[in-house]
Design a binder for this molecule. Structure first.
Ligand SMILES: [Zn+2]
Length: 233
């Protein structure tokens, strides 16, 4: 027996699943432009139709592949092939459309990184190197949300993990950022670090995953009702 999700109509699109439609509602609520299934590709001999292209044609555009659960190795490999082939970063996102973490703004930089407990590992190039033996305490209650696949094919420091929708408090740009950290928003590129510090204050640690606009969008996504469904589930 096989089961398939029923198509969901929203904003003139026929989404393959209700979950995808909820993410479209989420992005619409924040004014983030997206295309749904704009282009199919053959990745390593297999046809692949990625779900969303977010900020299409703009600086910082990215693929967003929505999964209902933790992706398989094949799914991650396909998204990696897509990122390399199109030279556009791809995210495979499997967490639910709800805030992925509580308010963490009380955390200090040390608590955020949790590197107070260290062990040692031998590396051929550097000899003995310190590494953290315990994850930061705040992370233990949380689940990872997504994979990030880079166009270079090289993993970022964190490939699978805490990628959260994060609003820049300065320009309002929303992107998927590790641990909801604003860090250096792409739109800061023309500012020197002194200018940023003077105008904006420090950018790390600084959380943007529970900005009011983001929380409201999660709410809208969760409570959206679509055609052909009574429960909205
Ligand atoms: Zn910004």
């Amino acid at each position: 027996m096989t089961i398939q999700p029923i198509e969901t109509r929203y904003a003139g699109h026929r989404f393959r699943s209700r979950l995808e439609a909820r993410w479209a509602v989420f992005m619409d609520h924040m004014g983030i432009p997206w295309d749904y299934e704009p282009q199919g590709y053959v990745v390593d001999g297999t046809p692949y139709l990625p779900d969303f292209l977010v900020y299409p044609g703009q600086e910082g555009q990215f693929w967003l592949e929505i999964k209902g659960g933790f992706p398989t190795k094949d799914e991650v490999a396909k998204a990696q092939g897509l990122a390399i082939g199109t030279e556009i970063t791809a995210f495979v996102y499997w967490a639910k459309p709800e805030p992925p973490a509580p308010d963490l703004s009380h955390l200090t930089e040390e608590q955020l990184n949790g590197w107070d407990q260290t062990g040692y590992v031998w590396t051929d190039d550097c000899g003995w190197r310190e590494y953290p033996t315990l994850p930061p305490a705040w992370q233990l209650d949380l689940w990872p949300t997504a994979y990030r696949l880079n166009p270079s094919g090289k993993p970022t420091k964190i490939k699978s993990g805490f990628h959260w929708w994060t609003e820049c408090a300065v320009c309002g740009h929303i992107r998927l950022a590790v641990s909801g950290q604003q860090g250096y928003c792409p739109r800061f590129d023309r500012m020197t670090s002194e200018e940023i510090h003077r105008k904006v204050g420090r950018l790390y640690p600084r959380f943007g995953h529970r900005a009011p606009r983001v929380l409201a969008a999660y709410n809208a996504a969760k409570s959206a009702r679509f055609e052909h469904g009574q429960s909205g589930a």
